[in-house]
Structures are given as C-alpha cells and as structure tokens.
Write a protein that binds this ligand. Structure first.
Ligand code: AMP
Ligand code: ZN
Length: 471
C-alpha cells in the first residue's frame, strides 16, 4: 500500500517511492526554527504536521533519516542579539533550549540531527558550496562585497513557486533573506560584513561576512543527507524565496542531473482572525502562553494535528476546548477497553473498517478521514460495552489497535495522569487492607470516598485500578 502525498513541485498527488538503492529508507529535511525568539504555535503547526508525516511513514514500514536545522544566524537573530547587547550565541541559546523543551511537550519525534548554521563545519560547507557556484558562473561578488546567486544562470529558477521570470531585469539584487515574489532577483549567498553587525562574521575567500539564510539550509541538508533528498517540508511561506533558492543553489552546485528534492511538502498557515500567525503581526501565542493558561501539550498537539495540513487552520480557544473534549472521550473509552480486556490472553483482530484509519492517512495524510474512523470505532465499541457484548479478546484487539493508532497520533494519555496523588494512594492502600481483612463495608466506604475525590476504582484480577472520573 503506497502513501500518497501532494508534491508542491508538480501540484499533484504522488506515491512516495524510495530510491532504488535506498531500500526502505527515506531522507527527510524539515526547515527548523529561526532562534531569535520563542517559536509560536504557527511554527509548531509545521512541526506537528512533519511529525505526523514521519510517524505515518514509519508505521508503513519506512525508515526515516531526518534532519532539522536551527537557523542561528540570519538577519533576525543578528538584529535581536544587537538590540539585547549579547553575543549571537548568548542570545540564541535560550531559544534553542526552549525549542527542544516545547518539541518534547508536543511529543514530536526527535530528528537524527539538528545542525546549527553557526557550527564551523557547516560554515565551511556553505563556503565550499558558494565557491563551487562561483567557479561555475552561478554566482558573483558585487561591488557591495556580498556574493549573489545569478538567477539568470539557472533556467529552472521559479519551478517550485511557479514564478514568472519574464520581464526580469538581469542584475537586480536583493540582500534581505525574505522578500516578496514580485521582487524576484539575485539573492545573497554571502553577505559582506558591515559595522552594524558587530562581532558576527567569518573569514571567507570574499572577505569577512556571513551566510544568507538559503545557503544555510542547502549546505546543511545536502551535507548530512546527500545531494538528493527524498522529502523536504516547511510551511507554505517557505516556498518562495527560501525553497526556490535552495533548489537553485543545490542543483547548480551538485554533481549531476539529480534533483535536489524528490517530494516537496508544505503545510498551510495557522491563522488568527484571517491573518497568518506571525511574530511580525503580533498576533501569536507561544506554547508557554497556552500552557500558562492551563492547556496541556497533548491538547495543543491535538488541535494542531486535527486539521488537514494543506487546509488553513483557524486558531481559537474553542478549538482547544474541542480538543480537550475529544481527548477526554478517547481516554474514557480507552480506560473501559483496558478494563474489559484485562483478563484476555488472546486478541481478536478488530473489524476491517478500523484499518481505514491508516488508509485515510495514506491519502495525503487525510487526518479528518482517519479521526472519523477512530471516533466511529469508539462509538461502536462503547455501544457494545454498554450492551455487554464486547468479548475480552475483542477488547484486547481494540487496545492493540489504539496503540498502533497512537504510534501515529501520539495522543496516549499523559504519564502525569497515571501518577496517583499521595492521598489517593493512601486511600487505595487502606482499601486493599480492608479487602484483605474481608471488611467489605469499610472497602465500600473507601470506594465512595475515592469517588467523592474524583477517582473511580475497579477491582480486577490484578487488584484494584484507579482512574480519574472524566465523565
Ligand atoms: P521560521 O522560524 O520563521 O523560520 O519558521 C519555522 C517554520 O514554521 C517554517 O517551516 C515556516 O514555514 C513555519 N511557519 C511560520 N509561520 C507559520 C504559520 N503561521 N503557520 C504554519 N507554519 C508556519
Ligand atoms: Zn530552510
């Protein structure tokens, strides 16, 4: 069964097929955070989408080699460091640490490598790549001392974003890392040092300076994953100029005809009241803002995950509330199943319809279809439990299925939920003692006491089990 995705390059649905010499392995490069501030949850929408992609591909038997870069030198990080009166490293360090902490809170799988643009080995690779581009006539040093990519030397420039180069005046240049499509022009590969950038700079054949944002990703991606990468992801705002520039640099500095990337995937934006959530708009929430309001990482993950990656997601507190309700429903159902399956030795394969969860995701990560199968299964099995007709092996089959589902969704109950507060543990111990002494009245009183504190107790063959009453 193939996994189909929408390739931004061809604008069509394509099956993901590994390269002939790569076995089941797919390389995945995902543009990481620019660490000039805390990542906002719009950024995390992109990372959660990439996490869903990786997890689903793994469930389908692929081995993923994944790299996510950290952009720790660019226009924005330098501006921030100067404003704060700190070195670039001092300024970016807390944002790097926060990014990893947030990624863990959102249950994102770890990449195999997180290269940093300021790493000496990466800078050396960027310089080597720019040298190759110079040698081949794809780049030139301008009178401002900076080195620019000559887009007129690459006829395929514009193939990803489908920009029209007609009317383009040769030699127009743009030094900024981010610019509009209308400004399509030669972009900076190496930016000559200027006094305002203080201590930030590296020696190069073109004098002291620092890399442009686009060459950073090109060098880190091909340096760690090879000249051709299977899947490259980001948000739609990365298509132009960033990914267009990455293609130009890599395909002009490479050895052969091989494309830089085989499948491009981009997620739509997280929106707030009709505008893209962005730091520059001031309409953003960081993960810590939402945690401080009492939302959990798991609830935020659900809210970000539950809308198809190519549809824009309107961020609202109601959406988070709906995530909370949906998760409570799943948790209560799963508890019931665990209880019903507790004595089962064998597991019955669930109804064939449950495979629909995975086949929906095979179709361009159709999460709405997948969640529809999940909730339909919850509804039906709850009904069977109510009627007392769900057998133990059937319940166990569903428990196993939900664990497979969660290897993709990553929505299993929080560990913290499983940790019992000390007072509850004490009441449970007292109840065990009462039962061992056959003091049934006392045992029942203790059960009522636990219920009054919001905990349900069930007696199973392995002893009593307590769970929070979510009803
Ligand atoms: P940045 O830190 O700005 O380089 O962005 C990191 C990632 O977040 C990139 O893949 C962006 O495309 C993505 N991104 C930024 N803003 C949003 C948004 N509002 N919705 C979805 N993805 C976004
Ligand atoms: Zn990038």
């Amino acid at each position: 069964m193939a996994v189909y995705i929408t390739n931004t390059l061809t604008r069509s649905l394509e099956p993901i097929i590994p390269r002939a010499d790569q076995g089941n392995t797919l390389s995945l490069y995902t543009c990481g955070p620019t660490v000039y501030s805390y990542a906002h949850i719009g950024n995390f929408r992109a990372y959660v989408f990439e996490d869903l992609l990786q997890r689903h591909l793994q469930v389908r038997g692929f081995t993923i080699r994944r790299v996510m870069n950290l952009t720790d030198v660019d226009d924005k990080t330098i501006r921030g460091a100067i404003a704060a009166g700190l070195s670039l490293a001092e300024y970016t360090r807390p944002f790097k640490e926060a990014f990893f902490a947030d990624a863990e809170t959102l249950r994102l799988l770890k990449a195999d490598a997180y290269p940093e643009a300021t790493d000496d080995a990466q800078i050396a690779r960027m310089i080597a790549m720019i040298s190759t581009l110079m040698e081949r006539g794809h780049a030139y040093q301008a009178e401002d001392g900076s080195v620019y990519f000559r887009i007129a030397s690459f006829p395929n420039y514009g193939k990803l974003a489908r920009v029209d180069l007609e009317g383009q005046r040769p030699g127009q240049r743009v030094a900024s890392d981010e610019y509009e499509k209308e400004a399509v022009a030669d972009f900076a590969l190496w930016k000559a040092w200027v006094p305002e950038e203080g201590a930030v700079g590296w020696e190069s054949p073109w004098g002291k300076g620092r890399p442009g944002w686009h060459i950073e990703c090109s060098a880190m991606a091909t340096g760690l994953l090879g000249e051709t990468i299977d899947i490259h992801c980001g948000g739609v705002d990365n298509i132009f100029p960033h990914h267009e520039a990455e293609i130009a640099q890599c395909e002009c500095a490479g050895h052969g005809e091989a494309p830089f990337v085989r499948y491009w995937m981009h997620c739509a934006h997280l929106m707030v009241e009709g505008s893209k959530m962005a730091k520059s708009q001031g309409n953003f929430f960081t993960l810590r803002d939402l945690l401080a309001q009492g939302w959990t990482g798991r609830e935020i993950r659900y809210a970000l995950l539950s809308v198809h990656y190519r549809a824009s997601l309107n961020f609202t507190m109601e959406g988070l509330g709906a995530a909370r309700t949906a998760l409570a429903r799943l948790d209560a159902w799963y508890e019931r199943l665990l209880e019903a399956a507790s004595a089962a030795d064998v597991s019955d394969t669930p109804d064939a319809a449950t495979e629909g969860f995975f086949t929906a995701l095979d179709e361009d990560l159709n999460i709405s279809g997948a969640l529809a199968v999940l909730f339909e299964t919850v509804r039906e099995s709850n009904r069977a439990l109510d009627q007392g007709v769900l057998t133990e092996p059937q319940a166990k089959g569903l428990v196993d299925w939900y664990q497979r589902v969660n290897s993709v969704l990553g929505l299993e109950p929080d560990q913290a939920d499983d940790v019992l507060p000390a007072e509850i543990l004490q009441l449970l111990d007292d109840r065990t003692a009462a039962r061992n002494a056959k003091e049934w009245t006392k045992s029942d009183e203790l059960r009522d006491e636990l219920a009054a504190r919001g905990w349900l107790v069930k007696d199973t063959k392995d002893g009593q089990k307590a769970c929070r009453n979510t009803a």
